[in-house]
Design a protein around this ligand. Sequence first.
Ligand code: FAD
Ligand code: UDP
Length: 374
Amino acid sequence: MHDWMIVGAGFAGSVLAERLASQRDETVLVIDKRDHIGGNAYDYTDAAGILVHRYGPHIFHTNAAAIVDYLSQFTAWRPYEHRVLAQVDGKLLPIPINLDTVNRLYNLDLDPEGMEAFLAARREKVEDIQTSEDVVVSTVGRDLYEKFFQGYTRKQWGLDPSELSRIVTARIPTRTNRDDRYFTDTFQQMPADGYTAMFARMLDHPNITVELGRTWDESSDRPLARRIIFTGPIDEYFQQCFGPLPYRSLRFVHETRDVEWAQPVGTVNFPQTEDYTRITEFKHLTGQVHPKTSLVYEYPTAEGDPYYPIPRPENQALYKLYRKQAESLSDVWFVGRLGSYQYLNMDQVVGQALATFDRINATRVPTAFVPAAE
Ligand code: FAD
Ligand code: UDP
């Protein structure tokens, strides 16, 4: 019998496997239904020899030095600041909206104060900011909202921004300066050899066994380990007993072109046209030098792998029912973006996994504890 079985070899599962194996000297069986480690951050070299991310662009950014220190045990880093252009009214304009976005869109020559006054005249007063529409119209007004946010959000989520919690569009700031970086975190670097290489180093420990292409099966798997960490969808663990939690999915279409560069920045967003939301060109992210270039197009879908929890109050209420059920299990931990039904970035998942490890350490296993299957 293993001390632990961890379902999912993404950030949540790999961090916990590494900590339990190396810090508590416990045995860990990690399973994943996919044929690779790394979860959604998985990268690989494609047929052309270019490093690409199978599940869409993954850019590492954080303000937490402790998380960088932790991951730095398993990877070196390469600086990368992500930049995104949105194709709006036939122009390629910086997103997040900044001074250049407004000047070029409206053929103006505003300075930061002028932009502040421009926005102040257009902002809508919203007493209680609840939705993703509220956030944007109360910051930049309706025209910029419709051009940059409404169409993209409807496409990405299959919902109008007025139907989504504020946290979704609140991810995107507005700037009156000319900073055109997508993120402003203090640490913005990519794993130097890619994510998969980093995960392989995390999982390379004599106490860790990894079995890929294996889906969790409660009746046959539960007896194999004293305790379980589940990083798949929490509703799936409980056989959707309260009804399915909604997720949004994507179809990724990868393409290699016989040109050195296809677009000026890492990602181009399409809020007004096309069925896909964005195109990402990987060499911008990885710094790889190659005569060809590989891109990924993201097509949002209702069906498919669960990539995004959908932040809206009714879904949060349903999640709480599962959460309550989870709290009644003393030997099963639910972690990660799907295990905790939260729209988390990679660094936040690492932080959550490290905090879970601390909680595990603080939990005294009762001496009379006998696993059900023994
Ligand atoms: P996952 O990576 O989803 O890992 C869970 C694993 O569990 C999966 O491998 C799955 O196969 C496995 N699993 C599930 N159910 C079962 C089962 N029943 N049996 C066996 N195995 C199972 N974050 C950033 O910080 N920066 C970015 O730029 C960024 N870009 C993103 C772009 C896209 C398109 C998406 C979808 C996400 C992006 N993220 C980004 C978020 C990032 O992917 C997540 O924060 C992180 O990968 C979550 O790790 P996790 O371990 O919680 O989940
Ligand atoms: N968004 C938008 N237009 C854009 C970029 C983002 O409307 O050009 C909205 C959209 O709702 C999106 C959310 O902001 O889902 C968060 O964007 P982010 O780039 O953080 O999404 P992710 O990379 O997580 O898919």
